[in-house]
Design a protein around this ligand. Structure first.
Ligand code: PEP
Ligand code: MG
Length: 321
């Protein structure tokens, strides 16, 4: 199978109708970098920076992080890397950081909430990213932003560090893009201003789905209970697509579902033009995508919705086979 997909590597991720979908990869460790060339990924849609913090026993130094981020950007070359700031808390626990005991960590003090409340680590990380990106583009993505003011505060923190680096006489990134991961339903209903201000939105489908269905992604008893292609979740994703389109905000999807071929073509059919997934999924997704006609598939999905079905999956499966 690997060989079959290897022949696809240099072919465009183009559907039968001519629509181009950017297939990017998720990464987080240096060991992932060789996959950039091997998978045919058009960039790194999600670089999970917390993995670097989780594999060690002490907090990394700013200089170490800067060197590491620079290596990631070197490896990516012309391709874009979206660096997600630390997403700790919940399932991601650092051995050297005291955590409060929380009854429900997934909905607790995690990700950007920690970054904004305990800003030292976030600032250090932003400084490292800015230094690593001297003279080249920098893309920063803030995790689990639930409302507009959290994005504004994070964007301000980034700007303060840029100003500081500038005052210190350091070379700045050539261009800075600041976006969010949309992982709570609340953000989909943020004021229009939010969508105008943010440089891009990336749907963190793993968390978004967990909060949409109130089904813990870590809990075997419920984690497979609800379908990504359920018509209710699709309707919600369509709303996000529409809000981003209205504001002209680039939108991507980087949860695990983007790497499942059937789910991926459905996401593309409802208007997502960038999907980020584990590198091994790029071949299978591209293969199915190249056989799909997205307008046709969108009609299939809308037909399932109009008929009042609970899930569009049987119809999408039928279309794809
Ligand atoms: C997500 O929530 O979909 C996501 C991509 O981030 P993580 O799985 O690291 O929470
Ligand atoms: Mg997440």
């Amino acid at each position: 199978a690997q060989e079959r997909y290897a022949s696809l590597r240099d072919l465009p991720a183009e559907a039968r109708c001519g629509a181009r979908i950017a297939l990017q990869m998720n990464a987080g460790l240096m060991a992932d970098l060789p996959s950039l060339a091997g998978s045919g990924a058009e960039g790194v849609g999600l670089f999970r920076t917390e993995l670097q913090f989780l594999i060690r026993n002490t907090v990394p130094k700013r200089s170490e992080l800067a060197a590491l981020y620079a290596r990631v950007m070197d490896a990516a070359g012309e391709r874009n890397v979206a660096f997600r700031t630390l997403d700790i808390g919940s399932d991601k626990v650092m051995p050297y950081m005291k955590r409060p005991n929380e009854p429900n960590p997934a909905m607790g003090w995690r990700a950007i909430r920690v970054g904004l409340d305990k800003s030292g680590v976030l600032r250090m990380q932003l400084q490292a990213l800015i230094r690593a990106a001297a003279g080249r583009p920098l893309t920063v993505m803030f995790p689990l932003v639930a409302q507009m003011s959290e994005f504004d505060a994070a964007r301000d923190a980034l700007q303060r560090e840029l100003d500081r680096e500038d005052r210190l006489g350091h070379r700045l990134p050539e261009r800075v893009q600041a976006g969010v991961m949309l992982e709570t339903p609340s953000l989909a209903f943020a004021p229009a201003d939010f969508f105008n201000r943010v440089d891009f939105v990336s749907i963190g489908g793993n968390d978004l789905k967990q909060f949409f269905f109130a089904a813990d992604r870590e809990n075997e008893l419920v984690r497979r209970r609800y379908d990504t292609l359920s018509t209710s979740f699709i309707a919600f994703l369509q709303l996000i697509v529409a809000r981003c389109a209205e504001a002209g905000t680039p939108l991507s999807f980087c949860g695990e579902d983007a790497g499942r071929p059937l789910d991926a073509i459905a996401l593309a059919a409802i208007g997502m033009r960038t999907l980020s997934m584990r590198p091994a999924s790029i071949g299978p997704v591209k293969s199915l995508l190249r056989k799909a006609h997205l307008e046709e598939l969108r009609a299939v999905i809308e037909h399932a919705q109009a008929r009042g079905l609970e899930s569009a999956r049987p119809a999408v499966l039928d279309y794809a086979s």
